[in-house]
Design a protein around this ligand. Structure first.
Ligand code: 2NE
Length: 270
């Protein structure tokens, strides 16, 4: 892995290998709990991944062998959100969830230990989750004075079903990697030492597929669940494709040349 230069990150690592970006929450002392700064840094990294044409797949993980992410840092939880260096309470992880969901490239959660609370929701919003055999999954909100009734509820329920999702949130139990796999909450469980290799193999397989086809599939999966916002994403991709056609170019050219556009010469499909 080679560090991606140009950032002054303190709470994450940001690296690249063979067109795969790896975002690592780097607060192992706190089981990789996130602060507003951690989330802000992750957001910068995901924004880079969106813009960088050479990045094809993103891995999200946590440093060390204990935790993927244990959610919001309880030391800085204030009234109204998690409080950063500027003294302002924020729930900026909710924006990060949207960003991961809207990134037109696959994101793999490489779950290397505890995925708890807001950290659990982060793996839920990734396209795929691959877990090591020591991974443990669960929500804690109703036990610690919090909840995520957004993707943390509705998308989780789409994955594991309504009954199981309600169990996860109402009881706040912890589930093993094997149980998570049985629920369809993770795609695969592997020994800890093999986790990164497995994720790279999945990423490299996806990189052999058509990037545009994967982008459209992600938008399609999202559209079914995200209502107007999901349709907007899929529609935006359709517009992008339309702009690559001569038919769309003709409209713009005709306007600039102050003539009537001639759309009849372009092929129509039944
Ligand atoms: C993650 C878990 C289950 C790990 O347990 P264990 O026994 O392996 O470790 P331990 O001893 O609990 O934790 C090690 C150190 O990490 C800190 C602990 O306080 C401890 O520090 P020291 O006692 O050594 O000083 N640590 C762990 N998680 C932390 C956290 N989230 N914030 C700050 N420090 C943390 C166990 O540690 C655990 O249950 N952690 C709490 C999980 C949790 O409740 N997270 C918040 C959920 S709410 C949320 O994330 C959220 C939301 O619901 C809605 C929107 C946005 C966020």
């Amino acid at each position: 892995w080679k560090p991606i230069e140009g950032f002054n990150f303190e709470e994450i690592l940001f690296e690249e290998y063979n067109h795969i970006a790896k975002v690592t929450i780097n607060r192992p002392r706190y089981r990789n709990a996130f602060t507003p700064r951690t989330v802000w840094e992750m957001s910068q990294a995901f924004n880079y991944c969106r813009e960088a044409l050479d990045i094809r797949v993103v891995l999200l993980t946590g440093a060390g062998d204990k935790a993927f992410c244990s959610g919001g840092d309880m030391h800085v939880k204030g009234r109204g959100g998690y409080v950063g260096g500027d003294g302002v309470p924020r729930l900026n992880v909710l924006d990060l969830q949207m960003q991961i969901r809207r990134l037109p490239k696959p994101v793999i959660a490489m779950v290397n230990g505890y995925a708890i609370g807001g950290g659990h929701v982060l793996h839920v919003v990734c396209d795929l989750s691959i877990a090591s055999d020591n991974a443990i999954f669960g929500q804690t909100g109703p036990k610690v004075g919090s909840f995520d009734a957004g993707f943390g509820a509705s998308y989780l329920a789409r994955i594991v079903g309504q009954k199981k999702a309600r169990e996860i949130w109402y009881l706040c139990r912890q589930y093993s990697a094997v149980e998570a796999e049985r629920m369809g909450l993770v795609n695969k469980v592997v020994p800890f030492e093999k986790l990164e290799d497995e994720c790279i193999e999945w990423a490299e397989t996806m990189m052999e597929r058509s990037p545009l086809a994967l982008r459209m599939m992600k938008a399609g999966f999202n559209a079914e669940l995200d209502g107007q916002a999901g349709i907007q994403e899929l529609a935006g991709d359709a517009t992008m494709l339309y702009y690559t056609l001569d038919e769309a170019q003709e409209g713009g050219k005709a306007f600039l040349e102050k003539r009537k556009p001639d759309f009849d010469k372009y092929p129509q499909f039944p």
